[in-house]
Design a protein around this ligand. Sequence first.
Ligand SMILES: [Zn+2]
Length: 275
Amino acid sequence: MGDRNAPGAIQVVTTPDYEVMVIGAHPDDDDFAASATSALWAKQGKKVVWVIMTDGTEGGEVPSTPDAEFMLLREQEQRMAAEMIGVQAVEFLRFPDGHLVNSEATRKAVVRLIRKYRPRVVITHDPTQLFFAPDPNEEPNATGYLNNPDHRATGNIVVDALFPSIGNPRAYRELLAEGLLPYRVHELYLFGTREVNTYIDVTETIELKGQALKCHASQFDSDSDISVRVRERSADVAKEAKKKQGLDMQYAEAFRRIKLHIPPEPKEEAPTEVK
Ligand SMILES: [Zn+2]
């Protein structure tokens, strides 16, 4: 843009504060997709924030439970899980579960949070994944499944917030008064994707992932084998990492990684001349 040095121009911030923001549609999505990676990075001293887009009130089987009660229960479970993982902050946006849409209100809410935390990496749902379905000719006994519309909506909201609004000084100008300056996210990681290009070795933190998922007691029976299932799934992902990229991992989480901003290399000092 030509008016970058004009009076009143605002520079886009490119220095992150948090390492990563994970944005999931429902309480437990961040846990399923990226809790072992979150735990690993948190152990390395990096700052992690989790965002949950909806109130989670459709994640149950009992229609008579009041929404407000169920929402608070699920948020409490999510907080316990996040604490287990070492997440520093959790934000609940409380949009109605099952009805999430890519709208002015939802995009603005995400712009506000990303400008507030300035994560280097944003992790969210792959919005392009309509369904996951094996070819019945190849796997006649396997069923496919349809991706939850809230997952796709979350992915779309985040992608549309990332560009152009988050880094645009003229977008959502009312946020400037809250001190929320335009910012540039460095990398986007997508989960729930068929286009994986990045595997994270989470052998060190897979145990925590199982424990975090167990905190979501409203979603899994107390005698559920959720931590066993999580290990099996992560072990399968690790096998895929070996097959596709020759990587040796016991447990892995998988993402499609997209670089959006590469910070300039710090300038090296000119070598002193030797005579
Ligand atoms: Zn979900």
